[in-house]
Design a protein around this ligand. Structure first.
Ligand SMILES: Cc1cc2nc3c(=O)[nH]c(=O)nc-3n(C[C@H](O)[C@H](O)[C@H](O)COP(=O)(O)O)c2cc1C
Length: 399
């Protein structure tokens, strides 16, 4: 994976929440991405995690007291690119909204001019107070980014909204504020994963698609500012944060949802692997194995063919996972399905295609009557997603 935060300096504020121990997961993600982390703790945070372990995991000195290193609040504020506070207590959020600066963390926050991300964590009763709601509303209005809190089981044993967001979600918020929003005007419809077609009460057919390529496209498109609708078949990987997430099972359901959402889309990325055939008949019970010898099959709808019939359609990219790189066949598909681009990958190669975390693709498109082919290196799927989105942008806008 590219070191996405190489040369980036992150100011990490840690406050006195029971969720403070979760900060180590965030520190790991930030450091793995190459970030330089400067931790600042409130005095109360030191009851929950030790300054020594924070210092060692961040690789930089932890500051707590305002007078420990005079002017550190200004120096830190000047040199860092992002200020992340995770976890953030109700106390910290209310103080920041009021402009209070009575310790090193709040003073540095007030002096900081870059993007601020707050990940709150607290009991639901504290989260629901009108004071806190007002503070959050005000801070959002001045551009502060909030991640969570989430609904779920809280440390006190109660259910409610107040859980700290997952480390991956907080990490994504950091990447997002540092990423140029070059797809801000686009609404990207992405399909991902396999579909599933039932044979009887317990059996179905499907394929090995994991959804990783489609999820990577959705995640990177969102990071680059696009509005993203993601339609996903069955997949057991965590979906990215998008504007609309739609879970489907069969190819027909995928077609319906694509058609329902296509009118507002400016780009369609069909990175899913919908089944092209299914059992001709669905049995309500478990069928006898003797019958399995002759199961009649029938064709599923061809989603891209249906899309090609539309009068107004978005910039459309088809994905073709083939055994072997049959470029001529991909070119025929591009023409037949009136695609703007087709992304071809060889599922027989090591580390490419379905289930793998990496991929190597050939992007095929037409300019006038001439075909063009561009082969990528073997890269993590998120990097491949970035290259595909940049190519789409270039072809759509000519830049
Ligand atoms: C065991 C324990 C757990 C706490 N957990 C939270 C919490 O998750 N969120 C919160 O807002 N306050 C929590 N508090 C209360 C804060 O620690 C308290 O409001 C403190 O003044 C926050 O100080 P700080 O914002 O300067 O770190 C907790 C207190 C205790 C004793």
């Amino acid at each position: 994976m590219k070191q996405l935060l190489k040369d980036k300096k992150i100011l990490l504020g840690i406050t006195g929440s029971i969720a403070a121990y979760k900060v180590y997961d965030i520190i790991k993600l930030l450091r793995d991405a190459g970030a330089d982390i400067f931790p600042v703790m409130t005095q109360k945070a030191t009851y929950f995690v030790t300054p020594l372990s924070i210092e060692i995991s961040c690789g930089n000195r932890v500051l707590i007291d305002m007078f420990q290193e005079p002017l550190s609040h200004i120096e830190l504020a000047k040199k860092c690119d992002v200020f992340l506070i995770s976890p953030a207590t109700a106390n910290l959020i209310n103080k920041y909204a009021c402009g209070i600066a009575d310790d090193l963390l709040t003073t540095t926050l007030l002096a900081f001019r870059g993007p601020v991300i707050i990940a709150p964590a607290m009991n639901w009763r504290m989260y629901e107070t009108p004071q806190l709601k007002k503070s959050i509303e005000f801070l959002k209005s001045i551009g502060v980014e909030f991640v969570g809190p989430e609904q779920g089981l809280l440390a006190c044993g109660e259910e409610g909204t107040g859980r700290l967001s997952r480390a991956e979600k907080i990490f994504e918020a950091v990447l997002s504020v540092l990423t140029e929003k070059d797809l801000e005007k686009e609404h990207i419809l992405v399909t991902a994963g396999p579909t599933r077609e039932h044979l009887d009460a317990i059996r179905f057919i499907t394929n090995k698609s994991s959804g990783k390529m489609g999820y990577a496209l959705a995640r990177i498109a969102k990071r680059r500012g696009a509005k993203v609708t993601l339609i996903s078949g069955p997949s057991n990987i965590e979906p990215p944060e998008v504007d609309k997430f739609i879970r489907i099972e069969t190819t027909e359901e995928m077609l319906d949802k694509v058609m329902e959402n296509i009118n507002s889309a400016t780009i369609l990325l069909m990175a899913s692997a919908p089944l092209d055939f299914k059992p001709a008949k669905l049995f309500n019970t478990k069928i006898d194995k003797k019958l399995l010898k002759s199961i009649p099959l029938k064709l599923c709808p061809d989603i891209l063919k249906e899309v090609s019939k539309l009068k107004r359609k978005p910039f459309t990219v088809g994905f073709s996972a083939e055994a072997g790189l049959n470029i001529e066949r991909a070119k025929v598909k591009l023409k037949e399905k009136a695609l703007d681009m087709i992304v071809l990958n060889d599922i027989m190669q090591k580390n490419t295609g379905m289930q793998s975390d990496t991929n190597q693709v050939i992007m095929i498109y037409k300019k006038g009557k001439k075909f063009f082919e561009e082969k990528t290196e073997l890269l993590p799927k998120e990097d491949i997603a970035g290259l595909i989105l940049s190519k789409v942008k270039e072809l759509k806008f000519g830049k």
